[in-house]
Write a protein that binds this ligand. Structure first.
Ligand code: 13P
Ligand code: SF4
Length: 306
């Protein structure tokens, strides 16, 4: 079927199913183009929770759909590709959280939303790349040490901005963690007139070379605000679609063309159409886990963005 016909079919199915299509900023251009909302993990979780749609189609990865199921259990949550996961989220288990609690008694577990529902259920509060600093600041001093899981780089980003005792798990995102200061310097040498924005999932040595460190949606704010016309972008290349669309007068250069999250790229238009036709694959968090996981998510949602 022709791509435009397929997009039309999806749009009419979305109306028929009273469904909302959410797409993460890393999705393919095709998918982002037809979504009701695009955004970062925080923005999409909020959009889903606030929506009165009966069906949420989440073009993203598993933990994102799980967060919607936790926050809005009455909705049918569809993840068009059930194999779309997040390798970083798989690096920590509830048993791993229990081990960290034993190692740091009295500490507070701050779980990045890139975790399973079971790990959230074993945690005290969640955070995203868009609110991690404010989440740390929202906790009383007696909450220390803050045990940040699973991303070592996000934890070090926060540790550099708050005067708190922070310890971390050794997880990482393979898409961001493989880049070094040398890669940034090379890109800056090639584009001496460009500014550099990066994600907190990059290593500290990359972060210190950035003009702004931000969530994927925070990058849109930076792109609007900066007076520079050229911006080197240190995150998954899917974000370039939206940045270029919103800022046609600016030039966006990926830190590397290879910054690709295989899982984020699994979802195709055909998968979305099939999910809407069959109302599956659906993601439903078991009630006992859901109730426990909702507490840290609700605590997080009460904190403003950084
Ligand atoms: P954002 O919340 O910044 O969109 O990041 C999600 C993610 O998975 C980054 O790799
Ligand atoms: Fe997970 Fe990294 Fe992919 Fe984000 S980019 S979904 S953290 S593997």
């Amino acid at each position: 079927m022709d791509r435009e016909d397929l997009k039309r079919e999806i749009k009419s199915l979305l109306i028929r199913r009273r469904a909302l299509l959410l797409a993460h900023n890393y999705q393919t251009a095709d998918v982002q183009e037809i979504a009701h909302h695009t955004g970062d993990s925080l923005g999409l979780a909020q959009a889903a929770a606030e929506s009165d749609a009966e069906v949420i189609v989440f073009a993203g990865v598993h933990f994102m759909a799980e967060s919607v199921s936790i926050l809005a259990p009455e909705k049918t949550v569809l993840l068009p590709r059930k194999d779309a996961g997040c390798p970083m989220a798989d690096m920590i288990t509830p048993e791993g959280v229990a081990d960290l609690r034993k190692r740091y008694p009295g500490g507070t577990v701050v779980a990045y939303v890139n975790t399973s529902a079971a790990v959230k259920a074993a945690s005290d509060i969640c955070c995203t790349s868009g609110n991690a600093v404010n989440v740390a600041r929202s906790l009383p001093l007696e909450a220390d040490p803050l045990i940040m899981i699973p991303d070592q780089n996000l934890a070090q980003f926060v540790a550099g901005r708050v005067d708190r005792k922070i310890v971390w798990h050794d997880g990482f995102c393979y898409v961001h963690h493989r880049y070094s200061a040398g890669d940034v310097l090379e890109a800056r040498n090639r584009h001496p007139d460009a500014v550099f924005v990066t994600h907190p999932e990059c290593r500290p040595e990359v972060q210190v070379l950035a003009d702004r460190i931000a969530s994927t949606s925070g990058m849109f704010t930076f792109a609007r605000e900066t007076r520079s016309r050229k911006i080197i972008v240190g995150t998954e290349t899917g974000v370039l679609y939206g940045l270029r669309k919103e800022n046609p007068d600016k030039i966006f250069i990926p830190l590397s063309e290879d910054m690709i999250c295989e899982d984020m790229k699994l979802t195709r238009l055909e998968d979305i159409r099939d999910a809407l036709l069959n109302l599956e694959p659906a993601v439903k968090v078991p009630e006992e886990t859901r109730v426990k996981a909702k507490k840290p998510l609700d605590r997080m949602l009460a904190v403003p963005r950084d």
